[in-house]
Design a binder for this molecule. Structure first.
Ligand SMILES: Cc1cc2nc3c(=O)[nH]c(=O)nc-3n(C[C@H](O)[C@H](O)[C@H](O)COP(=O)(O)O)c2cc1C
Length: 176
C-alpha cells in the first residue's frame, strides 16, 4: 500500500471531495491511496506512514446507522448500507502501534457556539488513539454551506494545503 492512506465517509460527496484534495496535497511528496471506509483494509499495513481519516458531523458526532437513516428519510440521501461507515471501520480496524494519523471533519457554517458542540473529529481521534495510533497534527475542520453541500469557497484549496503540511510532517520524521 502507498505510504499515505486517506479513509473517508461521505453521504453527499463533500467529505469525499475534501479527502481527494487532501490526497492531492499529500501526493506532492508521497504516493497516496484514498478509499471510502467500506473499501478500507481492516488491517492497515505497516508501510503506511500517515493515516488520515474524516467525514461529516451528524447530530454533533460521527455518522451512525440512525443518522444515516435520517439522511435518507429527511434529505433523500442514497446509502446502500447504513450499518457501516467510518466509525464502524475504526471500531474494527487494526493499526500498527504508533502509526502517525490525522483527522478532519465537515460541519455546517454555524455560529461558533454551535460548532464547538461538533465532536466528530474528537471521536475520530479518540478511536484512533484507542487503536494505538499517534495523532500527528491538529484536527482540521471544513465547512459546507448546507446539509447537502456545497463546500464553502476555498475549502478544497485549504484541504490541499493541509495535505501538503501532513506530507511535510512525514518527510521531517524520515529525516530525523
Ligand atoms: C442526519 C444529519 C445530521 C447532521 N448533523 C449535523 C451537525 O450536528 N452539525 C453539523 O455541522 N452538520 C450536521 N449535518 C450536516 C453535515 O455537516 C453535512 O451533511 C455534511 O457535512 C456533508 O458532508 P458529506 O457531503 O460528505 O455527507 C447533518 C447532516 C445530516 C444528514
Amino acid at each position: 500500500m502507498s505510504p499515505a492512506l486517506v479513509v473517508y465517509e461521505s453521504v453527499f460527496g463533500d467529505a469525499k471531495k475534501i479527502a481527494l484534495a487532501i490526497a492531492e496535497g499529500l501526493a506532492t511528496r508521497l504516493p497516496v491511496d484514498v478509499v471510502s471506509a467500506r473499501e478500507a483494509p481492516s488491517q492497515v499495513p505497516s508501510d503506511v506512514r500517515m493515516l488520515v481519516v474524516g467525514g461529516p458531523n451528524h447530530a454533533f458526532s460521527m455518522p451512525k446507522p440512525a443518522t444515516r437513516q435520517g439522511a435518507i428519510e429527511d434529505h433523500g440521501a442514497e446509502i446502500p448500507d447504513t450499518t457501516f461507515g467510518l466509525h464502524e471501520w475504526l471500531d474494527r480496524a487494526q493499526v500498527p502501534a504508533g502509526m502517525s494519523a490525522a483527522v478532519f471533519d465537515i460541519r455546517m457554517d454555524h455560529p461558533k457556539l454551535v460548532t464547538t458542540m461538533d465532536r466528530a473529529s474528537k471521536t475520530e481521534e479518540k478511536l484512533l488513539r484507542g487503536l494505538g495510533a499517534t495523532i500527528a497534527a491538529a484536527a482540521e475542520h471544513f465547512v459546507v454551506t448546507g446539509t447537502k453541500g456545497p463546500l464553502a469557497d476555498g475549502e478544497e484549496d485549504r484541504a490541499r494545503r493541509w495535505g501538503q503540511a501532513l506530507a511535510q510532517i512525514v518527510a521531517a520524521g524520515t529525516r530525523r
